[in-house]
Design a binder for this molecule. Structure first.
Ligand SMILES: *Cc1c(COP(=O)(O)O)cnc(C)c1O
Length: 230
């Protein structure tokens, strides 16, 4: 199957999942998680109408930018971002999904101010409280979201989460529901209903994420094929 065929198959599954949930399929964005895939593969996905591409590593993103991988589609940053690399992503990525600490948010704000821009970001929620993962705990999220309003060069547009790998089918549905509840409550109480992106769901579980309310899904291997880890 080609990248274009994979994308149209995923679009069809997204639309069916949206309809089952009584939602409008047009309100859900498909982000291609293109890590470890070539600039040519990125261009193919853009030609096939992907809504955005999402990269995980700063170095890889820079290399592929130099190869003109992302022309014609928004570029998102979806991976763990170290503070000392924020400078290379602010103003380059249209949306940073993975802001998991106030220290990182502060650095993004500082870099955005230098460029006189406002950077769109999402707050990452560590919904299962995993030691190995970054992100705000569900308990800490509301206070962080409140504090985030004080930064004038970032705009918090919603939430993102990566639950643990599910051990049974639909195993992450309840995590997705919990994050959606936080998204609705915080968006309403602190952001004047200004939240637009709820980024959750990957190749194995994007339909469950849509059922629970995702407005952005990040799909890698189901579009680009299995990644070749060297
Ligand atoms: C790799 C990645 C994805 C996509 O994962 P697949 O299982 O290949 O669909 C989504 N989000 C993030 C943050 C990723 O790193």
């Amino acid at each position: 199957m080609s990248i274009a065929e994979n994308i149209s198959a995923i679009r069809a599954r997204m639309a069916a999942a949206a309809e089952r949930a009584g939602r409008d399929p047009k309100e859900i964005l498909l982000v291609g998680a293109s890590k470890m895939n070539s600039a040519a593969a990125c261009r193919e996905a853009i030609a096939a109408g992907i809504d955005a591409l999402g990269e995980n590593r700063v170095q890889e993103m820079r290399e592929k930018l130099a190869e003109n991988a992302y022309a014609g589609a928004p570029l998102h940053f979806i991976g763990h971002l170290q503070r000392n690399k924020a400078r290379q992503v602010v103003g380059t990525a249209d949306l940073i999904h993975s802001v998991g600490s106030l220290a990182l948010l502060e650095e993004i704000d500082r870099q955005a101010e230098k460029r006189s821009i406002c950077q769109d970001v999402l707050l990452e929620v560590n919904i299962a409280g995993e030691e190995s993962k970054s992100g705000f705990s569900p308990e800490a999220l509301e206070a962080a979201a409140e504090r985030a309003r004080e930064f004038s060069h970032v705009r918090v547009c919603g939430l993102m989460t990566i639950p643990p790998p599910a051990s049974v089918p639909h195993g992450n549905f309840s995590y997705f529901e919990k994050v959606c509840r936080l998204y609705v409550d915080i968006g309403r109480n602190l952001y004047d209903n200004g939240f637009v992106y709820l980024s959750m769901g990957m190749s194995d579980d994007f339909e469950d994420a849509i059922a629970a309310g995702a407005t952005v899904v990040r799909v890698g291997s189901a579009i680009f094929g299995r990644r070749q880890y060297l």
